[in-house]
Design a protein around this ligand. Structure first.
Ligand SMILES: Cc1ncc(COP(=O)(O)O)c(C=O)c1O
Length: 418
């Protein structure tokens, strides 16, 4: 895959702009995104499936990176959206997303979110339980509408990824087991304001070996054949969710071509329209996080590089012990040392890297934390009363501030003193 963050003449560029120059204008800590990268990765996935003769609807998963300019970029490229909350529906509407290209998953959809989705006229709900199906039916009845739904199946397969992001094992909270799903088809006529039009799976995230998709689809194919025959199911869509991984370190990730070849035989045999919901694959390597070294602290046990970014800005290392490549934006020293890269937050879990070999850095130098475009800013918080970082979108030689840095006043705006 092509990279849009590259070193040239000893310093890091995003597309054709030196990262140092962007930081001079917008400060640190800072998220920097490459527009070309988002588009390239979206197209790579689309082309791979098109070449297999499938024309999938690609619903970009908003949760990975929900910045409005990112959403607008992908919408203009033809993407629909995968949403999981009223807030994400609102974001999709704000950029003029097409409701008929939106799918809505999540185990805890509230009445008001369901209403909002029906008012907007989304393509379908990905239903995660029978209780939810009942509520959708009731809300739709009150609104005199017919809700389109897909049943999210939990196929009980292991996506072989981090425990926190595997979603299709029977002990996970997501989806409906095959037995219950069949019961729902048997009773489908009692849901008068619901039409089941698809089957959905999402087996996990950061999946580098795509064989578990085939495993899941094998079970789903059998199930679809059964319910089509037995209950005259009349399905139109098969949604394979998101999950395709990226290279953070040295992982060998199946290419979009391998992924498409793995999945397409099942989809073709079923004769259903394919939907997918990639998030990380599109956004992850389309962004970096940049922070500045404040101090280098040497203790008898360790070298600590203390930076101005922290777990509140990028929580993946603290939350999942996730690996992010880190390197100086413009390395100065030829010599290296082993260090922990840590933030100012008052938690020992506040780190970006442990025992990492880096060129020796000193106060004022900039560090780039790579592969931070997905599940980065979206998980940021104000912990330790640290204002949220700014976000910048680079487009060729142009740099756009797409979310300004939060100030102290912004941070306190919704509070009052009594
Ligand atoms: C239902 C659903 N679809 C899509 C995604 C996006 O996953 P990824 O970013 O791994 O592609 C998720 C992530 O949690 C999800 O829960």
């Amino acid at each position: 895959m092509r990279e849009f963050f590259e070193y040239k003449d000893g310093q890091l560029y995003c597309e054709s702009v030196p990262v140092k120059e962007i930081v001079r204008r917008f400060g640190t800590p800072l998220y920097i995104y490459s527009k070309a990268s988002f588009l390239y990765r979206f197209k790579a996935l689309k082309d791979a499936f098109d070449r297999e003769g499938l024309k999938p609807l690609i619903c970009y998963s908003i949760k990975a990176n929900s910045n409005l300019s990112v959403l607008n970029t992908l919408k203009k490229a033809g993407a629909g959206f995968d949403v999981v909350s009223g807030g994400e529906i609102y974001r999709a509407m704000q950029v003029g997303g097409s409701a008929n290209k939106c799918v809505y998953a999540g185990v805890g959809k509230r009445r008001e979110d369901i209403k909002m989705a029906l008012e907007w006229g989304i393509l379908m709900f990905n239903v995660e339980s029978e209780a939810e199906l009942e509520l959708i039916d009731a809300v739709a009845a009150r609104m005199k509408k017919k809700a389109r739904v897909a049943l999210r199946i939990n196929p009980d397969v292991d996506a072989r990824t981090h425990d926190y992001i595997t979603t299709a094992k029977k002990e996970n909270k997501f989806g409906i087991d095959l037995y219950t799903a069949e019961q729902i088809f048997a009773r489908q006529k009692q849901y008068k304001n619901v039409k089941i039009i698809g089957i959905h799976i999402h087996i996990g995230s950061q999946i580098v070996d795509t064989r578990p998709y085939a495993q899941a689809l094998k079970k789903v194919e059998r199930f679809i054949k059964l319910v089509s025959k037995k209950y005259d199911a009349g399905l139109k869509y098969i949604n394979i969710g998101g999950g395709l991984g990226i290279t953070y370190n040295d992982e060998k990730v199946d290419s979009p071509e391998v992924f498409a070849k793995r999945v397409s035989p099942y989809v073709k045999r079923l004769g259903l329209k394919l939907i997918m919901e990639p998030g990380r694959f599109i956004a992850g390597n389309s962004g970096i996080f940049v922070c500045r070294v404040i101090y280098v602290k040497k203790t008898p046990a360790k070298n600590f590089v203390i930076v101005d970014g922290a777990m509140n800005d990028l929580i993946r290392p603290s939350l999942y012990k996730a690996y992010h490549r880190i390197w100086p934006v413009a390395p100065v020293s030829q010599e290296e040392f082993v260090c922990d890269v840590v933030g100012p937050v008052c938690e020992s879990g506040d780190f970006f890297a442990k025992d990492r070999r880096l060129p020796i850095v000193g106060p004022g130098e900039l560090l780039a934390v790579f592969s931070a475009g997905a599940y980065g800013f979206v998980m940021a918080s104000n912990y330790n009363s640290r204002p949220l970082p700014a976000e910048v979108l680079v487009d060729g030689d142009k740099v756009h501030l797409v979310r300004r840095r939060q100030g102290y006043r912004d941070m306190l705006r919704l509070e009052r003193v009594i």
